[in-house]
Write a protein that binds this ligand. Structure first.
Ligand code: ADP
Ligand code: MG
Length: 369
């Protein structure tokens, strides 16, 4: 109930935006993160500054928090076990185990009856040979664990591209995926409460640059039949995985007109940030409602919207224009070091149509940042 404390594992921008939504509803926040003054700690009531595998930190968390959630998928197993036993973790760890490993995740997606691009596990050179013979070029080699924003990936167009990855084969588990010529990348965020109530956000269209999400456009500019197909895929997956909390489902619209599931994240997602300003309920508020067993809010889109990420290299340009941004919602995450490619914040711009929102962003000079 409001007044009680929500514990968050991980204190980055996702934790911070969860905390802001929760504080609005009257909850208190305790965050566990190794970095002092992390984005979430700046808005939390209590910050436990420690490594994620520190048993003392896990004990402190059980003392402070009435319910625990997480903002990232690589939660330490021992901490997870401890919290499972001594605290209240409505989302459980089952989903984390599946989604933190690409092979487990792909298997679960297939088992739910949803299409994925052809892939094979690569645990040694022998398997690489077999997989190359079957899948061939173009393809992409991905580490099975720990990858994000394209990290741990090798795009293979020819034999030459393999050289860079070869020293790691056999030491780190990989999967080889066929390269899918896609029309669009889209995502759907689905939230399911401890009571089983489920809600799904409007389909987002995502444009990546250098493998990092650059901007999101909602509604996605795809035919309604594909929109419905993508929404059905997300709901099917939520059901198959017995979801509690939030699941972001990244998908490709293939040139063959089929919707493939690429990967999932068991938490609020960058491609759902548009919902803060453009939906009746944001993904963060919905997540808090779901884990606290409150009735879910409506996820309806109030207005067409674009969301543009502000990376380290964009911060100064955006700050220089701050006096012009009356028509854009500026979100900054409170990170002090603006490293290249680091997610520092985002801008949300609403319009009566998507094109109007894009035109506004162009006029402000924030569209092509
Ligand atoms: P992560 O987001 O964890 O780094 P993804 O699997 O989402 O990993 O890959 C990052 C990006 O690379 C995708 O958003 C997409 O643009 C591209 N990509 C990944 N796999 C494929 C594929 N099989 N075919 C075409 N593009 C791909
Ligand atoms: Mg991805």
């Amino acid at each position: 109930m409001p007044g009680q404390t929500i514990g968050i594992l991980g204190g980055g921008q996702l934790g911070r935006m969860m905390a802001i939504a929760a504080k609005q509803m009257g909850y208190r926040i305790a965050v566990l993160d190794p970095a002092e003054d992390c984005p979430c700690a700046q808005v939390a009531d209590t910050a436990i500054v420690a490594e994620y595998d520190d048993p003392e930190a896990a004990r402190k968390m059980t003392e402070c928090a009435d319910v625990v959630t997480y903002e990232f998928e690589n939660v330490d197993v021992k901490t997870a076990d401890y919290l499972q036993e001594h605290s209240y973790l409505p989302q459980g760890w089952h989903l984390l185990e599946i989604t933190k490993d690409r092979l487990n995740e792909k298997a679960a997606i297939k088992a739910a009856g949803l299409p994925v691009v052809p892939y094979l596990p690569i645990r040694n050179e022998e398997e690489l040979k077999t997989a190359m013979a079957e899948i061939g070029f173009p393809s992409v080699l991905k580490t099975t664990e720990g990858g994000y924003d394209g990290k741990g990936q090798y795009v293979l167009k020819s034999e030459d591209d393999l050289k860079e990855a070869l020293p790691y084969i056999g030491h780190v588990p990989f999967e080889l995926e066929k390269w899918l010529p896609f029309e669009k990348e889209i995502s759907v965020i689905v939230v399911r409460s401890t009571t089983g109530e489920t809600s799904v956000f409007p389909v987002a269209e995502n444009i990546h640059r250098r493998n990092i999400l650059h901007h999101t456009v909602v509604p996605a500019r795809i035919p309604d039949t594909l929109r419905e197909e993508a929404t059905r895929h997300a709901l099917r997956l939520a059901e198959a995985l017995h979801l509690v909390g939030t699941l972001a489902v990244e998908m490709f619209v293939g040139k063959d007109g089929k919707v493939y599931v690429n990967e999932t994240a068991p938490r609020p997602h960058n491609s759902g940030h548009f919902s803060i300003n453009a939906c009746e309920t944001s993904q963060f508020e919905q997540h808090i409602r779901a884990i606290c067993g409150l009735p879910l809010g409506r996820p309806d889109l109030l207005k067409p919207v674009i969301m543009v990420n502000i990376l380290g290299e964009h911060v100064q340009q955006v700050l220089d224009k701050i006096s012009l941004l009356s028509d854009a919602h500026l979100h900054l995450y409170g990170k002090d070091e603006a490293r290249d490619g680091r997610k520092m914040g985002h801008l949300t711009i609403l319009g009566s149509t998507v094109q109007e929102a894009i035109d506004k962003a162009e006029r402000l000079g924030i569209w092509k940042i």
